[in-house]
Design a protein around this ligand. Structure first.
Ligand code: RBF
Length: 143
């Protein structure tokens, strides 16, 4: 199986930990290093287009989007979260490939740290496991 990982550069300390968690999990379950392609995008809003460009290549069994959006004082949080959730949902339907929503939407940086290898584990691992499960389901049902 081949996997793409698209990583937002906002809150990069957290998104790096999440993407490394995702990659390590893919490797642990048997993916080859050469079957994992990773590209960065500037922010979570750009994850949708980054993932669409990957989907258009038609070479991946699943695409993992990694981002961290932290509530600030403006409404940006809501707009970004809504846009990326809708964008990723549409990609799943339009490209018939699993695009994983590995985007943390949080109130504080501590909540992010807790989910990027801290008290609540690494959500990047969970994103990778979801990608593997959905890629396997697609292969089974399309066979
Ligand atoms: N991108 C994120 O991935 N996480 C954030 O918490 C985040 N907060 C933002 C807050 C503001 C006020 C702005 C202007 C942008 C923010 N972005 C964030 C970047 C956003 O996803 C996108 O890259 C930019 O809006 C450019 O399209």
């Amino acid at each position: 199986m081949r996997f793409a990982i698209v990583v937002s550069e906002w809150n990069t300390e957290i998104t790096e930990a999440l993407s490394l968690g995702a990659k390590d999990t893919l490797l642990k379950f048997g993916a080859a290093e050469s079957d994992i392609v990773r590209r960065n995008v500037p922010g979570s809003f750009e994850l949708t287009l980054g993932a669409q460009l990957m989907a258009e290549r038609k070479e991946f069994d699943a695409i993992i989007c990694i981002g961290v959006v932290i509530q600030g004082e403006t409404k940006h949080f809501d707009f970004i979260c809504d846009a990326v959730a809708k964008g990723i949902t549409d990609l799943n339907m339009n490209y018939n490939v699993s695009v994983i929503f590995g985007v943390l939407t949080l109130n504080t940086m501590q909540q992010a740290l807790d989910r990027a290898g801290g008290a609540h584990g690494n959500k990047g691992d969970e994103a990778a496991i979801t990608a593997i499960k959905m890629a396997a389901l697609k292969k089974e049902l399309e066979a």
